[in-house]
Design a protein around this ligand. Structure first.
Ligand code: UDP
Ligand code: MG
Length: 346
């Protein structure tokens, strides 16, 4: 009997930066996952090398040459996790697309639960971390505080404590791909989309090997991207400061006036109060300027309209598992590059 309908494809998108140490374990885990999905789905694995300086790209090429489910994309330099993830999303051709870390912090077996929720109708399935192993208490605390602040200020409906481990349906992904902003806080952007969502809780594991690529500096920049891209509240802070401190100064002026007129008090003193008011107002002026600069810098970056990333090399399977299916996207979305041929920029 002829085969019925072609199986839907699940793409697994993984940005990799200097992940040679965890690569062999990742490869084994992905093969295992592909096997588990095989009865009902085709699997496509999209590995994006984000300008690694170790052997990661060689490992990806090797994997792609040996396994026709695997495609590799090498970016021209290190563009950062969020941009590498965006490139993977652009290249993925699946009906559902899962993104995860290369260090196996996101357990691959959770993908099966995500796929189940997608089958039940969810367009976005968030992986929400119930536990986080192997993270410092400072990282846990700052992350918890940041997510709560982001939630309070922002306009994103992403659940608290979700990272970039998620599944998206093709239509949700196409909607995300229309957002080409330069400073990308992808989890917030996904939360902005709406659609039907579901959550899968999981225990985030410690890295299988290697070090985190997010230093505290990088995390701070990432947090700033999240806040500034999703809220103009910081810009309005200067009103609040101005109002609150002007009130204090007004009270002090009133006090001085009453002391002088009614009680003929000696008012030459006041070095401390003078110093305090000038320093506080100086500080707040600079802070407000800095915040405005932050937003103007981002406007400048957007105006330049540079591509988000450039591709240096592609590693494609020897025999495709399935003919390529260019994502049926809206006109604004850039087309996925061919499976073979010249590298392209996006
Ligand atoms: N990553 C990347 N480019 C970067 C930094 C990180 O592609 O500039 C990848 C990294 O290889 C990993 C994922 O993004 O697959 C998350 O990074 P990491 O595990 O270091 O972050 P953490 O989980 O510690 O927050
Ligand atoms: Mg990680």
């Amino acid at each position: 009997m002829a085969d019925e309908q072609p199986k839907p494809t699940v793409s697994i998108v993984i940005p990799c930066y200097n992940e040679e140490e965890s690569f062999s374990q990742l490869r084994t885990a992905l093969k295992d996952l592909t096997r588990k999905l095989a009865s009902r789905y085709e699997t496509e694995i999209v590995l994006v090398d984000d300008g690694s300086r170790d052997e990661t790209w060689a490992r990806i090429q090797h994997f792609a040459a040996a396994d026709n489910h695997v495609r590799g994309i090498a970016l021209s330099r290190n563009f950062g996790h969020q941009v590498a993830l965006t490139c993977g999303y652009d290249m993925a051709a699946g009906d559902a697309v899962v993104s995860m870390d290369a260090d196996l912090q996101d357990p691959p077996e959770v993908v099966l639960e995500m796929v189940k929720k997608w089958e039940e109708g969810a367009d976005i399935v968030y992986g929400v971390r119930s536990q986080r192993a192997g993270e410092t208490s400072l990282k846990l605390l700052t992350a918890a505080l940041f997510y709560r602040l982001f939630h309070a200020l922002g306009r994103s409906q992403a659940p608290l404590d979700c990272g970039d481990f998620r599944l998206m349906s093709r239509r949700a992904l196409e909607a995300l791909r229309r957002m080409r902003e330069q400073h990308r806080y992808v989890r917030g952007m996904v939360g902005w989309l709406g659609f039907q969502t579901a959550v899968v809780e999981y225990e985030r594991q410690a890295r299988v090997a290697g070090q985190t690529k997010y230093s505290y500096c990088r995390m701070l920049a990432f947090a700033l991207d999240g806040l500034v891209s999703f809220s103009s509240f910081p810009l309005r802070c200067s009103y609040i400061f101005a109002f609150a401190f002007s009130l204090l100064v007004l009270l002090y002026l009133l006090y001085s006036l009453i002391a002088h007129v009614l009680f003929h008090a000696e008012l030459v003193k006041g070095w401390t109060s003078l110093l305090l008011t000038t320093t506080i107002f100086g500080f707040l002026n600079l802070l407000s300027l800095g915040l405005i600069g932050e937003y103007i810098g981002r406007i400048y970056d957007e105006i330049k309209g540079r591509p988000l990333y450039l591709i240096k090399d592609l590693a494609v399977p020897p025999a495709p598992a399935k003919p390529p299916q260019p994502p049926a996207g809206p006109p604004q979305a850039p087309a996925a590059p061919p499976r073979t041929g010249r590298p392209a920029g996006q």
